[in-house]
Design a protein around this ligand. Sequence first.
Ligand code: SF4
Ligand code: SF4
Ligand code: SF4
Ligand code: SF4
Length: 283
Amino acid sequence: MNYTKQIQDIASKLFTEGKIDIFIGYQQNSFDDNQVPVLITDPAEIPKLVFSDKSVFNLTNYLKFEHTKNKRVGLVVKGCDSRSLNLLLTEKQVKRENLYVIGVCCEGVTDDNGAKAKNCEVCVMPDPVVYDEILGNPSGKKPYRVDPDVAEVAKMPLVERADYFEEIFQNCIRCNACRHSCPLCYCSKCCIDQETSTLYNGSNTVSSAVHALLTWSMHLAGRCVDCRNCEKACPSHLPLHLLHKQNEKVIFENFQEHLSGMIADDRGAFYKYNQKDPDDFIM
Ligand code: SF4
Ligand code: SF4
Ligand code: SF4
Ligand code: SF4
């Protein structure tokens, strides 16, 4: 999967035609073979742009910041990224007319060790669901599969499972990089943010981490698109997908097979309220 040339050409055309102020793409890291996001305002910098199976980050996260708000932005999205874009549009966080979206039919990205990323193994939608221009050949929606790590954890006896999660929470340093790197966490005053929190008073204890991360995962329930930006940002390398994928499973099974951001203007699982819901589970 290499779309470097096509993306450079499209970005160049967009600047030349005066259609964008900023282009958000990927550039090569300066110290290893990984890539990092790049925001380009000067067309002279277009040769920096690359796209390959190392283009892992979800660039829609940069649409929530002041320097891109109300600007005309060109950006690249893979399938999972485009689902978060769909949600940002539905939640009125971005204006569609301000965006030029290059959608890539994704063949999967790789992790730091060169192996296929774990979220790609269970990806339900590698094709972009919102775009102005599409690169590659769509391969279509895939059947939903329970995340193998979630299935493994479910097999643990309760005490062992509790210990396992306690160890995860113990290693959280409350840096909030997870929530800052999530495109769907855009609240200007976040209830788990240490500086502004009225709920968790900034303490760095296991119990504050439990409250913060569980609250956070609940705010993403029915919205998380499994891009794993949050996990990539976590300095403690915590398996945060266990929280989100468990929520996704419960929601898929109980809310009419809901999957986040697949459909434009879909307002999410909690709008799928049914008066006949037996209410026989607790997330
Ligand atoms: S989760 Fe799907 S769309 Fe996202 S990078 Fe992996 S294969 Fe591509
Ligand atoms: S919670 Fe993590 S995986 Fe889910 S959308 Fe946000 S960054 Fe992506
Ligand atoms: S954790 Fe909740 S309050 Fe904080 S930014 Fe995310 S959605 Fe908003
Ligand atoms: S990024 Fe990791 S260490 Fe930081 S708050 Fe989130 S889970 Fe905790």
